[in-house]
Design a binder for this molecule. Structure first.
Ligand code: ADP
Ligand code: MG
Length: 679
């Protein structure tokens, strides 16, 4: 009978409805799912010691003879123990199993077995507790080797799962997609799968894992190379005229060296005749907006429209205020287009945009709905890029005319993630803050400190400055004891009757949000109680104090972003992290933040501590899912795969050639999955 990878697991001998259901709970439906269901981790059981060499707390294999026939004693309902003594040439040792009465019949006095377990020590001596046991010639071995540990579900043991996986592998082999030329020196695919499911040694396992990780990265990297190549055609929007002098004349500060360098890289791209695809990276407060504005003016100078897309309405609105104030005197029309603009107003604005009467359009994702028709869009700037992934960019480019694209990222992300997320982009980095900026002094305190903190807030307000108080929740919830913004708002109003307190959070209507922000910006309020809606980009120069309630609820990079809301002028600024969490790791994370203001160091630490899944918080999108590859650990393999993919693509393979067709299909599928949406 011929089977295929896409056949259901029930086509395997021994898999009926019940087993299939158990597997289904693990997301395994087909033979392919089974073969590519990878162990969560491995347990190294290769160390073999004699009894006298054992140390308490350390796991090892022992080859020993059963001296006394094991006996089971019943302690009480549901609890029995089976005990015996074992010995090798070095010493004797007591062994106890809880609730494994079959040990007394399975083991025979006088016979030699391999035991694997951890030596337990107490004042009465040492013993081996619940060791795994097997005959010296057992098959398959569960001691004396590296054991895979799978995520499991009720009714399914690791051993049963492993057996099914092997049965599937005996029936079917995973297809090789990668071209022979890039596989030189690599473990072939089939042995690699076998090794991953049943390692012969740690070294072989490492090589096998690398092989599979390489494949994942290679497919992804090849997709990036293709995207890049596809866009490297003549631009429809050549911008030979440089950034107009009027831009520099309007600035009320001197650009930093880093800003100037980035501007000239961007300007050069736009003049080059090819479409620009550039990432502008810089820590919070490094002044990305002005650089983006320079680029927008170059587009306008050359007769095109420019659009700036922000992740939230709040941020779009703020950009609109800054940018329209800058552009108005220059006579350049500027408009704000968000989801909350509706009806006649929206239609009228869309008309203006379509005929090119509005030169600069600022908005949210609503900018790129099907109803928006730009007359002559030459440049798209995407702010806070990490919420707008590779696939979204691919979709945007597919909309047609490939305008110049500039993406701004305030989250200084680690190198690995940068390669994954922005591998299709050229990169400019603003690695310098505007002069006069000071580090934001950061403290970690407990709630016991709250009264003194009120005194500190008052001092800042008396000096004429403003403060943010960020809470993890909007309203009180009996199921959690998170500090709620609404409660904090009421409390602070009572505590500071002589000052004005504002409130902004995600559950407010967008006009209400804008109103609160505007009031804070114009210093009509002194304290702003908020949730993380203010996380990105908000720019109120007069704010010098950032307080974060339940700081342990936030990721490090998120906290760094929040902290970046203060210290925006030359005044001394402070960030106070409040947390009663005593967990050591949590405290270490938060203390790391107190010690450094360097966003790159912080993001690397965040990635190491929390893993890439959590890195961008709940809303992260655009990050591809890898089965084996770890973005935190596999940087070397990633680089190798990227170089190999580039080389391969440069060699000009024909995607329709029979040997490459499956490969290119697979890559296309990676980049055009069904969930291809703008968030
Ligand atoms: P971010 O990189 O976080 O988006 P912004 O563009 O919001 O930073 O800039 C932060 C603040 O610094 C803004 O108020 C901006 O006007 C100001 N700024 C930008 N560049 C300079 C500069 N070269 N000198 C002084 N202030 C600057
Ligand atoms: Mg910004």
């Amino acid at each position: 009978m011929h089977m295929a990878l896409t056949d259901p697991v029930t086509s395997l001998k021994g898999v009926g409805k019940a087993k299939a259901e158990q597997l289904g709970r693990l997301g395994i439906e087909t033979l392919e799912d089974l073969i590519s269901f990878f162990p969560r981790q491995y347990e190294d059981r290769t160390k073999i010691l004699s009894i006298s060499e054992l140390t308490p707390g350390e796991a090892a294999c022992i080859i020993a003879t059963v001296v006394t026939q094991p006996r089971t004693g019943y302690i009480r309902r549901g609890l029995n123990t089976t005990r015996c003594t074992i010995a090798d040439s070095s010493a004797k040792l007591r062994v106890t199993w809880f609730n494994q009465p079959w040990m007394s019949t399975n083991l025979k006095a006088g016979e030699t077995y391999c035991f694997y377990g951890v030596l337990q020590g107490d004042e009465r001596g040492t013993q081996l507790l619940n060791p795994a046991v097997e005959a010296l010639d057992a098959q398959p071995l569960v001691t004396r080797r590296v054991i895979p540990v799978y995520p499991l579900t009720k009714g399914l043991t690791s051993k049963a799962l492993q057996q099914l996986i092997f049965r599937a592998m005996d029936q079917e082999t995973m297809p090789e997609y990668l071209p022979e030329s890039v596989l030189k020196g690599k473990m072939p695919l089939t042995p690699a799968y076998r090794e991953v499911h049943s390692p012969t040694s740690l070294e072989a396992l490492t090589r096998a894992r690398e092989r599979l990780v390489f494949e994942e990265f290679f497919l992804y990297a090849l997709g990036l190379s293709m995207m890049r190549a596809r866009r490297d055609r003549d631009s429809n929007y050549p911008c030979p005229k440089p950034i107009p002098q009027a831009f520099y004349d309007r600035l009320d500060f001197q650009l930093t060296g880093a800003q100037e360098r980035c501007l000239s890289e961007i300007s050069g791209d736009m003049a080059s005749g090819l479409p620009m695809n550039r990432l502008l990276q810089g820590d919070v407060g490094s002044g990305k907006t002005m650089v983006a504005l320079g680029a927008m003016l170059q587009a306008v100078e050359n007769g095109y429209q420019a659009a700036l897309m922000a992740p939230t309405e709040l941020l779009a609105t703020q950009h609109y205020h800054t940018i329209s104030a800058f552009l108005e005197p220059l006579g350049i029309g500027c408009a704000l287009l968000t989801g909350s603009l509706t009806g006649v107003k929206r239609r009228r604005l869309l008309d203006y945009v379509a005929v090119g009467a509005v030169k600069v359009v600022i908005g949210t994702h609503a900018l790129f709905t099907d109803t928006t028709d730009f007359g002559n869009l030459g440049l798209v700037v995407i702010d806070e890029q990490h919420r707008f992934g590779v696939r979204q960019r691919a979709a945007l480019a597919a909309k047609g005319s490939t305008p110049h694209m500039l993406v701004l990222s305030a989250t200084p992300i680690p190198r690995t993630l940068a390669l994954i997320l922005y591998g299709d982009l050229d990169v400019s980095v603003i690695d310098e803050l505007p002069p006069g900026r000071q580090n934001v002094e950061t403290f970690l305190v407990s709630t016991a400190y709250r009264a003194r903190l009120r005194g500190f807030i008052r001092k800042q307000l008396e000096a004429g400055f403003q403060a943010y108080v960020v809470c993890p929740a909007v309203e009180d919830n009996p199921d959690s004891n998170l500090t709620a913004a609404e409660t904090m708002y009421t409390e602070l109003q009572a505590a500071f009757p002589d000052y004005r307190v504002g409130l902004v959070h995600g559950k407010l209507r967008s006009e209400a949000k804008d109103f609160s922000m505007q009031e804070f910006l114009e210093h009509k309020t002194d304290i702003l109680v908020a949730t993380t809606v203010i996380e990105v980009g908000v720019d109120v120069k007069n704010a010098t104090l950032m307080i974060v309630e339940d700081a342990d609820r936030f990721g490090l990079s998120q906290l760094h972003q929040l902290r970046g809301r203060v210290g925006r002028n030359s005044e001394k600024s402070y960030c106070v992290l409040i947390s009663d969490n005593r967990n050591q790791d949590t405290r270490r994370r938060l203390e790391a933040l107190c010690k450094t203001n360097d966003g790159f160091a912080i993001s690397q630490q965040d990635l190491d501590l929390r893993g890439p899944g959590d890195f961008f918080g709940q809303r992260q999108s655009g990050l591809p899912m890898f089965k084996n590859a770890s973005l935190a650990e596999d940087l070397t393999v990633l680089k190798e795969a990227q170089a190999a993919a580039d080389r391969f693509y440069q060699s000009g393979p024909d995607p329709e050639a029979p040997e490459y067709r499956p490969l290119f299909h697979r890559v296309e599928a990676l980049f055009t999955r069904a969930d291809d949406t703008f968030n």
